[in-house]
Design a protein around this ligand. Structure first.
Ligand code: MG
Length: 368
């Protein structure tokens, strides 16, 4: 099987809540998502998606993804999309870094591998653990009372795990965490995610002020060293996200005892191939994971579901259904949340059928 063409589509994903806000006043109103279709000489095609969380979350932005794909795609014509490691090695030799650029291409090749093998991607990633996987709901940053109200509402929809967007002023964040924990049951799980928004002294003030509560602290500060310092001064369970972008970062964190949980985002690692390597390493090291992506629609949600569902249950801290946050569906067959849980599609490949009328005309194409 050989790659004969790439088509790139651009789609806007508005939010049901109107706006998603997190640390330091950052927010996104409409997500700018990129879908890649890879055609082959077999007649099969695969699709992938990448959607940065705006331009100021990770070193990634939507137009950058498309620019990078235009740089890389012509050099991949004629390659066998089923040979994922070989393809990733080739991408790394042709474009240094920029993992998010490679993510949608790699994802589309997994879709093709699954279709060629007539197996769902979750089977190819190791097999399904259990009937479904447990989701968390990200709670956009708002005043404390409003966040508690939103958590109570999503709890009624079946969610039992919540990730609060904090990383603002410490006094307000303490209030947010206390207000939300008060509306939860003891078995519900709460993470306070500062998304790098605190300085070390802010982080320790918050951690000390909520030390009596059952709450995780996620990525308090910008650098690994700052996070490690905070970690060494708190007893609260600790999640690292933004600084965990490679197997090297995981190994370093494990050696330092820097975290209890890591967040593996598919595009942060450069696609399913690299995210799977990180996932398997974490399982070997005994580190639980949130498995997700920076953002996305139906195609990203399907890819997340395949990686999460093929992860041993006790290692899957939680995962995300981004397609339920946005008002526009871009593919049929994607996972749909039921009682705060979702299951990976069982059809071959990613198990999704893009809605070509929603995606519209490609913004860029190349052919062999
Ligand atoms: Mg996070």
């Amino acid at each position: 099987m050989k790659i004969t063409g790439f088509s790139v589509y651009c789609v806007e994903l508005p939010l049901h809540e109107g706006r998603y806000a997190w640390s330091e006043g950052k927010s996104v109103d409409v997500f700018d998502s990129t879908v890649v279709r890879i055609d082959t000489d077999s007649g099969l095609f695969g699709v992938g998606e990448v959607c940065p969380l705006g331009p100021v979350y990770l070193p990634a932005y939507a137009e950058g993804a498309r620019t990078g794909i235009r740089e890389l795609a012509p050099q991949l014509l004629g390659e066998d999309p089923r040979e994922l490691l070989a393809l990733n090695e080739k991408m790394d030799r042709r474009l240094k870094g920029h993992p998010y650029v490679k993510s949608a291409i790699d994802m589309a090749c997994w879709d093709l591998l699954g279709k060629a093998a007539e197996l769902p991607v979750s089977t190819l990633l190791g097999g399904r653990f259990g009937e479904d996987v447990v989701l968390y709901r990200a709670i956009s940053q708002r005043p404390a009372a409003e966040m508690a109200e939103n958590v109570a509402g999503y709890r009624k929809e079946g969610y039992r795990r919540f990730q609060l967007k904090v990383g603002g002023r410490p006094e307000e964040d303490i209030e947010r965490i206390r207000a939300v924990r008060a509306v939860l049951e003891p078995t519900d799980r709460l993470v306070a995610d500062a998304n790098t928004g605190w300085l070390m002294n802010d982080a320790l003030r918050v951690a000390n002020a909520v030390r009596d509560l059952d709450v995780y602290i996620e990525q308090p500060c910008k650098t690994y060293e700052e996070c490690l310092s905070v970690r060494r001064h708190t007893d609260l369970p600790f999640v690292l996200d933004e600084v965990i972008d490679s197997v090297h970062a995981i190994l370093r964190g494990a050696a330092d005892g820097a975290m209890d949980v890591v967040n593996i985002k598919i595009s942060k690692f450069g696609g399913l191939t690299r995210a799977r390597q990180a996932r398997d390493l974490c399982v070997s090291l005994g580190i639980a994971m949130t498995i997700e992506d920076s953002w996305g629609g139906d195609i990203v949600t399907a890819a997340i579901a395949h990686l999460a569902h093929s992860t041993p249950t006790e290692y899957l801290f939680t995962t995300t259904d981004f397609n339920s946050y946005v008002t526009r569906s871009i593919a049929d067959g994607a996972p749909q949340r039921v009682n705060g849980r979702m299951a990976a599609p069982t059809r071959p490949g990613l198990g999704v059928e893009p809605k070509w009328d929603v995606l519209g005309d490609p913004v860029w194409q190349c052919r062999a």
